[in-house]
Ligand binder design. Structure first.
Ligand SMILES: *Cc1c(COP(=O)(O)O)cnc(C)c1O
Length: 386
């Protein structure tokens, strides 16, 4: 028998002892409301389907029409023959929605981040990241082979200290999530834009959790802060509030032309299936025409955060629909999650390496599809487990 992989069993055992082993649960049913997890009906607070669009019949109808015409696969990478009229429609709709010259659609938000960062900086350049940025941004920084520096979460003084020493580099790029995926808090975007201007750095922001949810028209935190003219590169995902899968970059036409020529995950991956592009285009129309979804979600989130704080839960710096309940040790997170699950409420435990040591939490993702009754059941289950 082959033994060269035995080390893996030892490592897995080690993860299990530390309470860090992960496994997958089988989900059936729609996202973001009541579904089945491992055969048990639960209220799902572990979905990024923030606007309740993943199961929307209008997205399914758009996908079905594209499926009938073009089939399931796109057949090739976008530069060969994988770029269909549905991809182009989606990019045009994204650019119109985001009020930018152009948009580029990638197979995932992960690919968009990695590809864009590595296309903007390289050896001889400097890239600076918030410590709590999403793994895909951090991986992009590493892959770029630029000098890579990290500042403590949202610490603008530390960022400025790094920028003061940036003039010996060819180019400098600052990268940040706008709404942080584990903390649910906002990046200080006005200060970031100011520092980027002052030190002539490029600013790239990742709106993955904010697209469709924040800002008057649902464009995200850059819109919320009124900084659309001052942020050069905006990235988002189709995988969360837009209820599909895929990532996108919006900005100038020359930015998109550059990425088409230089973003390796874009060039060397097969284009997304046309039905997904069609569904995502439908989702953008709904985000524009049904602002009540995001307004309702943000109101519910405000109420829930207040309630949780009053109950004595540590929700960190959350200011959004992503609300961590910080409990510290990884096993405390898994025990609390199991207690909630017994009461029919699913909230995923988040442990290192997704969060720093000692910061394990349960992460509540609220969606527009949760009813008052769903939220009340979450509160009851937390009070009982408390
Ligand atoms: C989810 C997420 C991504 C990745 O997006 P996918 O489309 O799921 O690959 C990127 N950045 C942030 C901040 C995210 O939360």
């Amino acid at each position: 028998m082959c033994t060269v992989l035995h080390w893996i069993d030892e490592e897995l055992q080690r993860l299990a002892t530390q309470g860090l082993l992960r496994s997958r649960r089988i989900r059936t049913g729609p996202q973001g409301t009541v579904c089945n997890i491992d055969g048990k009906p639960v209220i799902n607070f572990g979905s990024n389907d923030y606007l309740g669009l993943a199961g929307d019949p209008r997205l399914a109808a758009a996908a079905r029409a594209a499926l009938r015409r073009e089939g399931t696969g796109s057949g090739a990478s976008p530069l060969v023959s994988g770029y269909s009229r549905y991809h182009r429609l989606l990019e045009r709709r994204l650019a119109a929605f985001e009020a930018t010259e152009a948009a580029l659609v990638c197979v995932s938000g992960y690919a968009a981040n990695v590809g864009t960062v590595a296309a903007l900086v390289g050896p001889g350049d400097l890239v600076i990241s918030d410590a709590h940025n999403h793994a895909s941004l951090l991986d992009g920084c590493r892959l770029s082979r630029a000098d890579f520096r990290v500042y403590p979460h949202c610490d603008m003084e530390a960022l400025e200290r790094l920028l003061r020493r940036s003039d010996r580099y060819r180019r400098c790029l600052i990268v940040t999530d706008t709404l942080f995926s584990m903390d649910g808090d906002f990046a200080p975007l006005p200060e970031l834009a100011h520092l980027a201007d002052r030190y002539q750095a490029m600013l790239l922001v990742d709106e993955a959790h904010a697209t469709g949810v924040l800002g008057q028209d649902g464009r995200g935190l850059v819109e919320f802060f009124g900084l659309e003219d001052r942020v050069a590169v905006r990235i988002g995902t189709l995988s969360k509030a837009l209820g599909c899968v895929g990532g996108f970059v919006v900005g100038s036409k020359s930015l998109v032309d550059w990425l088409v020529n230089r973003a390796r995950p874009y060039i060397f991956s097969t284009a997304m299936p046309p039905p997904v592009a069609a569904a995502a285009a439908a989702a953008i129309s709904i985000v524009r025409s049904e602002p009540q979804r995001r307004r309702h979600l943000l109101q519910q989130a405000d109420l829930l955060r207040q309630q949780l704080s009053r109950m004595g839960w540590n929700i960190g710096r959350s200011a959004s629909h992503i609300i961590p309940l910080v409990v510290g040790a990884p096993h405390r997170a898994t025990v609390l999650a199991a207690q909630l699950l017994r009461r029919g409420v699913f909230v995923p435990p988040i442990r290192p390496p997704a969060v720093p040591e000692g910061q394990s939490c349960l992460r509540i993702s609220l969606t527009a599809a949760h009813s008052d009754d769903h939220v009340a059941q979450l509160i009851d289950a937390l009070a009982a487990a408390g």
